[in-house]
Design a protein around this ligand. Sequence first.
Ligand code: ADP
Ligand code: MG
Length: 505
Amino acid sequence: MAKKLPTLDLFAHALRAKPTTSRKPSTKTEANAEQSAPDLQATMLWDKCLSIIKDNVASQVYKTWFEPITALRWQDSQLTIQVPSQFFYEWIEEHYYALLQKTIYQILGAKSKLQYQVLVNNNGETLEQRAIKLPAFRNAPTTSQSNQQSTLPFATATPIQQQYPNYLNSRYTFENFIRGESNQLASSAALAVAEAPGKTRFNPLFIYGGTGLGKTHLVQAIGNYITQNNPSSRVLYTNSERFTIEYVNAIQNNRVNEFTNFYRTIDVLIVDDIQFFSGKEKTQDNFFHTFNALYQAGKQLILTSDKPPKELVDVDDRLISRFQWGLTVDVQLPDYETRMAILQRKSMDEGFEIPTDIIEYIARHVFSSVRELEGSLISLIAKVSLDRRELTIDLAKEVVRGVSTPSNKNITIQDIIKEVSKHYDFSPDILAGKTRKHEVVLARQVAMYLAKKFTSLSLKNIGSYFGGRDHTTVLHSCQMIENYLGNDKSVVASIETLKRLFGRD
Ligand code: ADP
Ligand code: MG
């Protein structure tokens, strides 16, 4: 899509504000800083946007381009966010315009605007800022997102023709998926299913493999291919966590029938990461019936998991046997040639020419997943364009070291819950429970804070690990801990100990 920058009202406002160093204000002084003090509502709205963005970009992209943004104000349907530099702003607009547009539309509504403020100088005593005003939308976005109030896709879908968010991300296509020995079978099967959904023997199509190896990319590509070639086909991408949360909400709101009926209207149902159905018996039961109804109606089911069906833990045998009715296929670690091809293609897509010896160096040293490969490339590009570093083998070495040192190993929310409960001497289920005792509340807040900081889970997802608490509770917890970090030595000590445990000190 052509994403020319809109006409900017540059230097519309020259604002002066006190310097802020942290992303969110943690002390009163910062909170009082003129203009740069984020208001709570802006932060909450932006956090909602971030939880969508997080699900739609690679985690390294998220960390590099979205984490440094601060939400400043929400006023007159206009959300003001602060970005660190002009380059940063341009990069975001050029690469993530469509995603931002869709997200803002969904969270803030069609009439809202996004305003950027660019930090132009943060070396001196005072911080110059200038505001760039631009309409977030030149035209109303053409996505299928409809009701901005609702996060439940089925809430707006009573008449069959009605639109619903399909959660497809147009950045995942077959064209930009690099094929290699490691994903040959999976990608061929995916294409076959995309060309004739429900009509091949690959039903369900079950793709499994380690994290960052392209499962989500492939199944999203199927969805995008089908919606492009057959726009009337009802495709829905979801994951087992979202399905579970929606089901639980439906129970709480007496809307189980509506929920069930909505899923039965889908022609191509994609459920990502079904390993998280583990132990959720009632949800599994509902999914079992949905699966049967769709299967019998000749609809296509596409599933992914981190392990083959037989190895799924705490998943009903009836479901496991159904998962094996179609084709089960894995994606493996990419070999050297595929890694080279991926890096070459991605650097080309980013419009960045990288000398072959540097590409070779990265391909040789980063092999644990495509996500890490992508991560190294993005850090490299960020270092060159943001920090103005020279593109050399030494820089590549630095980047590769950053990606593969143990301190950058993925931390899971399970690790966090385990370590935090150990640290505070509670059993992990107490953290998920209802108790409001001060020490438990604190431990829970610490766990949520660390989960927000060190995992790529959205606020909503984090809440689901703590007895289904909602995203505002998680946000509040993170803010509480940030406040404590400014004035409570024991919390500071605990956080430091825990960070050290995770190799993030
Ligand atoms: P998974 O779902 O298996 O954890 P993803 O599909 O999220 O992995 O892939 C991680 C990142 O790597 C995504 O940005 C994806 O676009 C990219 N990726 C994975 N495999 C390939 C591939 N073969 N070609 C191009 N990009 C890939
Ligand atoms: Mg995935």
